[in-house]
Write a protein that binds this ligand. Structure first.
Ligand SMILES: CC(C)(COP(=O)(O)OP(=O)(O)OC[C@H]1O[C@@H](n2cnc3c(N)ncnc32)[C@H](O)[C@@H]1OP(=O)(O)O)[C@@H](O)C(=O)NCCC(=O)NCCS
Length: 237
């Protein structure tokens, strides 16, 4: 936009360093608790460690989910893969407010991914969950881990979700009997689909036992060093 200055000025041009501009584009970290690692025994007897994604793991996650965009329409892996790709870049380039990223790992291999972001002190937005290994309820568990993070560690009041796939709707929308807000007055930021939500009261009353019911075990935060070491250097399946 151009408009004449209303006064005489000594500099006709004012330049900025990109370092001065970046604070306008970057999302400052405001509301984040540090998520604790935890573990859970799955139905085949394997132990899944759930921990934060390390920055050095993001390139291989990007490469991995990118493949679903070309080959993976089945079960909606392509659209979820594309969105996770964008969110990983959003994290890397610091263009998302307060994102959090979890991986599930078994014996040094990444078996699933889940992410979200803290919109403000009250509201936590669930973004995506993906199981790379099927049939063990890994995705169910990773989504539940996001709710634990929101309600127990962040002390947020609500988590908003929306679902792209039948499996997601079945697992968490129907699986947790999540209520939804009136549509179209309320829309999720992932393109304006309807909002399903869990709040603190519903979490405490109805959802806390979900993973116990689904997997038969609770998340266990007593994680031994040996398990952390085993999953220190991860590879994709
Ligand atoms: C949604 C999702 C995370 C759920 O993961 P999950 O809880 O680990 O469950 P799975 O997808 O492995 O399995 C779902 C059901 O189908 C069965 N199943 C489907 N495909 C299977 C496969 N290839 N191998 C084994 N079981 C399979 C499972 O046994 C399971 O049955 P159950 O409900 O009796 O346990 C996962 O399906 C996924 O990543 N989908 C693509 C991305 C996506 O849709 N994300 C959510 C967006 S809303």
């Amino acid at each position: 936009m151009y408009k004449e200055s209303p006064v005489e000025v000594s500099q006709k041009e004012i330049t900025f360093k990109v370092e001065e501009l970046e604070p306008f584009l970057s999302a400052p970290q405001l509301d984040m608790a540090t998520p604790k690692p935890c573990k859970i025994e799955l139905k085949d007897g394997s132990t899944m460690l759930i921990r934060e994604v390390k920055d050095k793991e993001i390139p291989m996650l990007l490469d991995y989910v990118k493949k679903f965009m070309e080959t993976g329409a089945k079960d909606f892996y392509d659209i979820v893969g594309a969105r996770i790709y964008a969110e990983l870049l959003g994290y890397l380039r610091n263009r998302l407010k307060d994102p959090y990223l979890f991986v599930g790992a078994i014996d040094g291999e990444i078996v699933g991914f889940a992410n979200g972001r803290v919109r403000d002190k009250d509201l936590n937005i669930s973004l995506h969950t993906m199981a790379f290994k099927r049939g063990l309820r890994i995705g169910a568990t990773l989504y539940y881990r996001k709710l634990v993070y929101a309600f127990e560690e962040q002390k947020n009041q609500e988590v908003w979700s929306t679902f792209e796939s039948y499996n997601g709707l079945k697992r968490w929308g129907i699986g947790m009997a999540q209520p939804s807000y009136p549509y179209p007055e309320y829309q999720h930021e992932l393109g304006g689909a309807r909002v399903f939500y869990v709040d603190q009261q519903y979490w405490n009353a109805a959802v806390k036992d979900y993973v116990k019911e689904m997997v038969g075990n609770e998340l266990d935060y007593d994680v031994e060093d040996e398990l952390l070491e085993k999953n220190e250097e991860l590879v994709m399946p």
